[in-house]
Ligand binder design. Structure first.
Ligand code: GLU
Ligand code: MG
Length: 465
C-alpha cells in the first residue's frame, strides 16, 4: 500500500532532554510504553525516565511473537509468518509533542506513551495495529474525509475479593443516583484522574447491569480516540485500585451478569462539517447513506475484529442491547448499528453511527480501522441501505426475521471465522500478515475454550483488559 506514513523518531519534534528533566522534577521515574495486542490486552514496557531520549529515538526491543500471543499468554506458532521464537522489533513511543507523554494521575511515578511497533531497521512492520489505523486514516484523507470517533466504556465495578470473584461495588438500581452514591469515591476519583490524564468524558452513569458503570469518551480524531480508549483503561484500573476496587472490562464478566459493550461511535467529516448529515431520509446525506450501507454490508467480517473473543461471542445475546442482529436502526438499541440522527436540539453535527458489537477484547486500532474502511467503502460505491429495522429483532419469529432479511450475527468462532476469512475488506485493511496472526490467536483461544465451561472461559478473561 502506498499510504503507510513514514515512522519518524520523536526526537525530531520533541526536546527529549528537557522533557525528561521536567518529568524527573515531577517525580516520574519511568516511562511506560503501551500497546494493544491482537487479544485486546494492553502490553507494556517501562524505561527509566533518564533513558527517555534513547527510548524516543530508538524505541525498546520487543519480541516479534507478541503478535501471536493468545488470550492465555500462550504463544501460537500456527501463523506461518511468525512460526519461530526468533525475531525482534522496536516498540517506539508515538510521541510527536511533549503532551503525548502523560504523567499518570493514578500512578504517580510513571508516565504513559502509546507505542508503535516498527521493524528492527525502523521500517513499518506489518503486524503493528496502530500503523493499520494510521494507514486507514490516510486513506480517508485521500478520499477527502476526516473522521470523528468515540468509545463508550462499560465496566463491572467489583470490590477486591478472593480468587478474583465478582463482588458488586454498587447495589443499583439501574441508572440510579443510589448506585452512583454507593460508588461515589470511585466516580469522583475517576473524573479527576481522567481529566488529569487529559481525557475528556461526556458523562458517567450507573449502567443497566448489576454493579455496572459506564463512561462515554468525547469524540476525537480516530487515532486520538483509540489512544484515549487505551489510556482510559489505565486510568480506570488505577483509580479502582486506589479505592480498594477492581474493574472488569471484559465483554461478559460472568455468565449471570450483563455484558460490557464498548460501543464505537463514528462519523465522517468533510471540510470540517459532518458529512453524514443531509436532507435524505433520517437526516442522512448520500455520504451518510453510503456509510451506513457499507458498514451493514461488511458487518459479519467487521464484528470478527470489533468483538472478536470467546467472551464477545458469549456476550452476543438478544435483548441485552449488545447488537446480536446484523441490522441497522434509527436509535434502535437492539440493532448492531444504531444511527444517531441529527435533530433540532442536537444539531447537524451530531449524526453518527454506533456499533454495538464492539468490546474491550477488540484491539481499538484495528476495530476503528475496519469500521471506518467499511463505511468508506459504502460511500465510495454509492451504496444505499435497506429500510431501518425499528423493532427488537429478537422478538420476531424465525419466519418474520427471514421475511425481513434479519440475520443474527455469529455466536460461534467457526461461523465468525468463516465471515472473517471471507471479508475482502478486513483482509485489505489488516493486511495478509496481520490477519493471519489475528486468526491464529483466535484459533488458539477457541482451542483453549473447547473443553471448558462458559463460566471457566469467562472467568479466565475477566481481568485481562
Ligand atoms: N450492556 C450492553 C452491551 O452489552 C449495552 C447497554 C447500552 O446500550 O448501553 O452492549
Ligand atoms: Mg451503555
Amino acid at each position: 500500500m502506498s499510504h503507510t506514513p513514514e515512522p519518524h523518531p520523536a526526537v525530531e519534534t520533541v526536546d527529549a532532554v528537557a522533557l525528561a528533566e521536567r518529568l524527573a522534577v515531577e517525580g516520574v521515574r519511568g516511562l511506560q510504553v503501551g500497546w494493544v495486542d491482537n487479544n485486546g490486552i494492553v502490553r507494556s514496557r517501562v524505561v527509566p525516565t533518564g533513558d527517555l531520549e534513547a527510548a524516543l529515538r530508538r524505541g525498546v526491543g520487543v519480541t516479534a511473537v507478541f503478535a501471536v500471543f493468545d488470550s492465555h499468554d500462550g504463544i501460537t506458532f500456527a501463523h506461518e509468518g511468525l512460526a519461530t521464537p526468533s525475531g525482534d522489533v522496536r516498540l517506539v513511543p508515538a510521541v510527536d509533542a511533549p503532551s503525548d507523554v502523560v504523567a499518570l494521575a493514578g500512578q504517580p511515578g510513571l508516565a504513559w506513551a502509546h507505542g508503535r511497533q516498527v521493524a528492527a531497521d525502523g521500517e513499518p512492520w506489518p503486524y503493528c495495529q496502530r500503523t493499520v489505523l494510521e494507514r486507514t486514516v490516510a486513506r480517508l484523507a485521500d478520499a477527502g474525509f476526516e473522521a470523528r470517533a468515540g468509545f463508550e466504556i462499560e465496566l463491572y465495578l467489583s470490590r477486591e475479593g478472593e480468587e478474583g470473584a465478582l463482588l458488586p461495588a454498587h447495589r443499583g438500581p439501574a441508572y440510579s443516583a443510589n448506585a452512583v452514591r454507593d460508588a461515589e469515591d470511585f466516580v469522583v476519583g475517576l473524573l479527576g484522574d481522567l481529566e488529569a490524564n487529559g481525557l475528556r468524558v461526556g458523562q458517567v452513569h450507573a449502567e443497566y447491569g448489576g454493579a455496572q458503570v459506564e463512561l462515554a469518551l468525547a469524540p476525537l480524531d480516530p487515532l486520538a480516540a483509540a489512544d484515549a480508549q487505551v489510556l482510559a483503561r489505565q486510568t480506570i484500573h488505577a483509580t479502582a485500585r486506589d479505592h480498594g476496587l477492581r474493574a472488569s472490562l471484559a465483554p461478559l464478566p460472568g455468565p449471570d451478569v450483563a455484558g460490557n459493550g464498548w460501543h464505537l461511535h463514528t462519523s465522517l467529516l468533510r471540510e470540517g462539517r459532518n458529512a453524514l448529515t443531509g436532507s435524505g431520509p433520517h437526516g442522512l446525506s448520500d455520504v451518510g447513506r453510503g456509510y451506513v450501507a457499507g458498514l451493514l454490508r461488511e458487518l459479519p467480517g467487521v464484528v470478527a475484529v470489533t468483538a472478536p473473543s470467546t467472551g464477545s461471542l458469549l456476550r452476543r445475546r438478544p435483548h441485552y442491547w449488545a447488537g446480536a442482529y446484523g441490522v441497522w436502526g434509527v436509535e434502535n438499541r437492539e440493532a448492531a448499528l444504531r444511527l444517531v440522527p441529527p435533530s433540532r436540539l442536537l444539531g447537524e453535527e451530531v449524526t453518527n453511527v454506533e456499533l454495538k458489537a464492539c468490546d474491550a477484547s477488540a484491539n481499538p486500532y484495528l476495530a476503528m480501522a475496519v469500521v471506518l474502511a467499511a463505511g468508506l467503502a459504502g460511500v465510495q460505491e454509492g451504496l444505499t441501505p435497506p429500510e431501518p429495522v425499528q423493532v427488537d429483532p429478537g422478538g420476531l419469529t424465525d419466519e418474520e426475521r427471514a421475511a425481513a432479511g434479519v440475520a443474527p450475527l455469529a455466536t460461534t468462532w467457526e461461523e465468525q471465522r468463516r465471515h472473517l476469512l471471507a471479508s475482502e475488506l478486513v483482509r485489505e485493511v489488516l493486511g495478509e500478515d496481520l490477519l493471519g496472526a489475528f486468526v491464529a490467536c483466535r484459533d488458539a483461544d477457541a482451542a483453549w475454550a473447547a473443553d471448558r465451561t462458559d463460566a471457566e472461559v469467562l472467568g479466565s478473561l475477566r481481568w485481562l483488559y
